[in-house]
Design a protein. Structure first.
Length: 448
């Protein structure tokens, strides 16, 4: 604004007081001033309802009828509220938005989407999308076709408080509730109820920096499998139960065309999860590391299955060995015929087992090391990577009601190995997913 005297602060009134003999200059200055003013975009709020119409403006009084209409309209900063009721969806809901964009259930209402089509995904977050949040929706796979309920290809997606499941009345045979692709890095799945998938509850191939937290996942082939070169993921505070195979997997089998790495999973953390099986026979580990390196599995409670370390990679010729993994402070109580700990040949390089509590209620073989079954005493003598373990009843509050909290006399209390950044009550961290806290203790676990 150097056209004005340096001692004058330019405001609108200054321009209006320029003498009339300078009208052309005054108009020019007004235009320049308005041009340089910051222009703030105003985020919009839209609405979708079962009785809506996609020709309407999407207001609360005149909502749209379909989530596809909302997804095709919303831009960065917008919010879409979805009213309660049932929506029949015949084709994929495609979200290609550049966010942040939020698709959220209307407060205190429950929208339910029944997908009846043949697309690979019922809902798909495109690989060019980012910062999309899906909050509070129920999506049901109600089709005989094979597919996935939700596909995440865009980065920084958040899926929270959703209910995703396959309707068992239909004749599908493959795929997952949530499929996360390699471009879907930094995705978060938090507080969801996921069940009934013919394959995985959550499956990720090559996706990094994922957070899978506080979900209830059950009655799938596996609960959570992060493979195909996934890195730096966190799986925490989930409850997983009743699977045909394993529950939580870092790594697995990934075909050549889907993997460009020499490991299935690296540098990931599995912590404070509860896993249990009503029938723990002929399964494949409550937690399994398969072609995983540099991972930390700590403070989990497993009732029924064990922990496995296996070779991963190409299913036709698996060559990715586990290495440099740490397994600490876990309770592993076997109730079926799964090994408490299973380590396949070649998968113990750099392995550290610290302060785990093992227990069993069935059969004589407890540990399977290099294809040989052995009891606990033999396991301790031949496995140099096992340190400060216990073979005792953990003394849960009530196994029959699936209350895996520790009783006051549990040998797990103050018996854990210190883990950086992990809080605890008492003198030391406990073993297992649930820290023992007397009734008088504060609810929040304070880091020490």
């Amino acid at each position: 604004m150097t056209l004005l005297k340096p001692s004058i602060t330019p405001v609108v009134s200054d321009f209006l007081e320029i003498p009339s003999i300078c009208l052309p200059m005054r108009r020019l200055l007004i235009l320049v001033f308005l041009f340089v003013l910051p222009i703030e975009s105003v985020a919009a709020t839209y609405y979708v309802a079962p009785q809506g119409n996609d020709q309407w403006p999407g207001t609360e009084a005149q909502p749209w009828a379909s989530l596809n209409k909302a997804a095709g309209t919303a831009i960065s900063g917008d919010r879409v509220f979805i009213k309660g009721g049932t929506y029949i969806v015949h084709q994929k809901v495609a979200m290609y938005n550049k966010g942040p964009v939020i698709f959220r259930a209307y407060p205190d209402q429950q929208p339910l989407f029944r997908f009846t089509g043949t697309d690979t995904y019922a809902v798909g977050i495109g690989d060019k999308a980012d910062h999309i949040t899906i909050d509070g929706l129920t999506v049901v796979w109600a089709s005989n076709a094979n597919g996935n309920i939700l596909g995440i290809g865009g980065k920084y997606a958040t899926v929270q408080q959703c209910h995703l499941y396959f309707d068992e009345a239909y004749a599908y045979s493959k795929y997952d509730c949530i499929k996360i692709l390699s471009t879907g890095h930094h995705a978060t799945v938090d507080g969801c109820h996921i069940h009934g998938a013919p394959d995985q509850g959550i499956d990720a191939v090559g996706a990094d920096n994922l957070i899978i937290r506080n979900n209830m996942i059950h009655d799938c082939q596996n609960a959570i499998v992060l493979k195909g070169g996934s890195d730096n993921d966190v799986i925490e505070e989930n409850t997983c139960y009743n699977f045909q195979h394993g529950a939580i997997g870092l790594g697995g089998y990934t075909g050549k065309k889907f993997i460009n790495y020499d490991l299935e999973n690296t540098n990931s953390v599995v912590r404070r999860n509860i896993v249990y099986y009503d029938n723990a026979n002929n399964i494949g580990g409550g937690v399994f590391l398969q072609g995983a390196k540099g991972c930390l599995v700590h403070n989990n409670t497993l009732y029924g299955p064990g922990i496995h370390l296996r070779t991963g990679g190409d299913p036709e010729n698996p060559t990715f060995l586990c290495a440099d993994n740490r397994i600490c402070n876990n309770i592993i109580w076997r109730t079926g015929n799964d090994g408490i700990l299973v380590v396949e040949p070649g998968n113990s390089s750099g392995l550290a087992l610290r302060n785990n509590l093992y227990w069993k209620t069935t059969d004589s073989g407890e540990f399977k090391i290099n294809n040989q079954w052995c009891a606990y005493n033999e396991f301790k003598s031949v496995c140099s990577y096992n340190h400060s373990s216990l073979f005792l009843d953990p003394q849960f509050i009530d196994v029959s009601s699936r209350d895996f909290s520790l009783s006051a006399t549990s040998p797990c209390i103050d018996a854990g190995f210190p883990i950086n950044g992990t809080g605890f009550h008492g003198a030391r961290i406990d073993i297992g997913a649930s820290e023992y806290a007397p009734v008088s203790a504060p609810k929040d676990v304070a880091a020490r």
